[in-house]
Design a protein around this ligand. Structure first.
Ligand code: GDD
Ligand code: MG
Length: 370
């Protein structure tokens, strides 16, 4: 069975993590994000994946290769320009078999694709959309169903004036019969599968599959952190989550810990935690990080090569690779620091501030309190 995975979005909402890297290869806990998806589809018998790419495909290919490490065949289809989610499907047509999965490339999930396919076959659908309940439907596609499971309406990003009759949203995992491509606009056109195709398929063999299990679109810093913590807390089934649980909630192999690591936490090889420093609970440090004496890192993610001075506090924040932070700093409440940024001593970076690659902040330059 095949899966077409859409990875052509620019990932703007995750900047600066996606300023230099495409979203699918931004590290989530210990591996490129897309690897979770590849492991998930593989577990459901999919052995051929077509990656529909736009932005920076060379980097993607350099990291993910031909898929053989994961027991998959990976094919890269690169659009000359972004064609939208529908245009990307039509563009991939020559590679597609008669029945295939299509997946958004930015969701972390352990939904049961095999059960979705079984339902698709049982109902004789032309398209079956996996659905997941959420509290706030406004940033998703809303999908009310009839009692027989057929789709009543598809409403992308409902506004305040739209009637919201369900909490089921489009989870970005579809099974399609290839014949639906016959009615799409011509190859090379730009169009949206959510706005231009699904509404027209309503009443024409479009069904919803109410998935159980974990599901999260990790496309914003807040949800990236939530997804990370859900992996650490084993709320979603992942290989690294299982390894962490088997090690009592702390993985520190190859790291030197003078201070303390509080579970759940992962500290990468070659990292050093200085005296009286505390890392965790809920912290991920990549490889070769250094945490200075008396510093405290909690609810945060530090990618490879991050260096933190002494007596600095970091919570609820994301620091990309090779960031350096001086002594006596506070980085707090949703700050996102881009790769290689240098922050001098005595700075406070708080409240969702995003600092882009190439920035150097001198000592004492930013403070929120006296
Ligand atoms: N190849 C290609 N070309 N891929 C694209 C393009 C494009 O022009 N535009 C977006 N994508 C990819 C993105 O990389 C992502 O994996 C997927 O398509 C969905 O795009 P997003 O930009 O992340 O959409 P969204 O999150 O606002 O909404 C979509 O996902 C929701 C679930 O997370 C919709 O499908 C909603 O209906 C759905 O609820
Ligand atoms: Mg998304």
């Amino acid at each position: 069975m095949q899966a077409l995975i859409l990875v052509g979005g620019k990932g703007t909402r995750l900047r600066p993590l996606t300023s230099l890297l495409p979203k699918p290869i931004v590290t989530l806990v210990d591996r490129p994000f897309l690897t979770y998806q590849l492991e998930w589809v593989k577990a459901h018998g999919i052995d051929e994946v077509i990656l529909s790419c736009g932005f920076l495909p060379d980097q993607l290919e350099a990291v993910l290769g031909d898929g053989s490490a994961l027991g998959l065949t990976l094919t890269y289809v690169v659009e000359p320009e972004p064609l939208g989610t529908g245009g990307a499907l039509k563009y991939a047509e020559p590679h597609l078999q008669d029945r295939f999965f299509m997946l958004n490339g930015d969701t972390l999930t352990d939904m049961d694709l095999s059960a979705q396919l079984a339902q698709h076959l049982r109902t004789g659908a032309r398209g079956t959309l996996a659905l997941h309940p959420v509290d706030d439907v406004s940033s998703y596609g809303l999908v009310p169903l009839y009692p027989d499971g057929s789709v009543r309406e598809f409403l992308e990003k409902p506004g305040p004036d739209d009637a919201v009759s369900t909490n089921l949203i489009n989870a970005g995992a579809y099974v399609f019969e290839k014949e639906i491509l016959d009615d799409l606009p011509a190859c090379g056109s730009h169009f949206s599968i959510e706005r231009d195709v699904f509404p027209r398929l309503v009443g024409n063999g479009l069904y919803g599959y109410e998935a159980s299990g974990y599901w999260m679109d990790i496309g914003t810093p807040k949800r990236y952190l939530e997804g990370t913590f859900d992996i650490l807390n084993a709320n979603v089934a992942t290989a690294i989550g299982r390894r962490l649980a088997a090690h009592g909630g702390c993985l520190t192999e190859g790291a030197t810990v003078e201070g303390r690591v509080v579970r759940p936490a992962i500290v990468g090889a070659g990292s050093h935690i200085g005296p009286e420093a505390i890392v965790g609970g809920l912290a991920v440090l990549g490889e070769n990080c250094r945490i200075g004496a008396g510093s405290h890192i909690t609810d945060s993610v530090l990618h490879d090569g991050v260096r933190i001075g002494a007596r600095t506090r970091i919570n609820g924040s994301i620091l990309a690779a090779d960031v350096t932070v001086g002594d006596n700093c506070l980085i707090s409440r949703g700050a996102v620091i881009g790769a290689g940024v240098q922050i001098g001593d005595d700075n406070e970076i708080v409240n969702g501030m995003r600092i882009f690659p190439g920035t150097e902040i001198p000592a004492g330059a930013i403070r929120f309190s006296s």
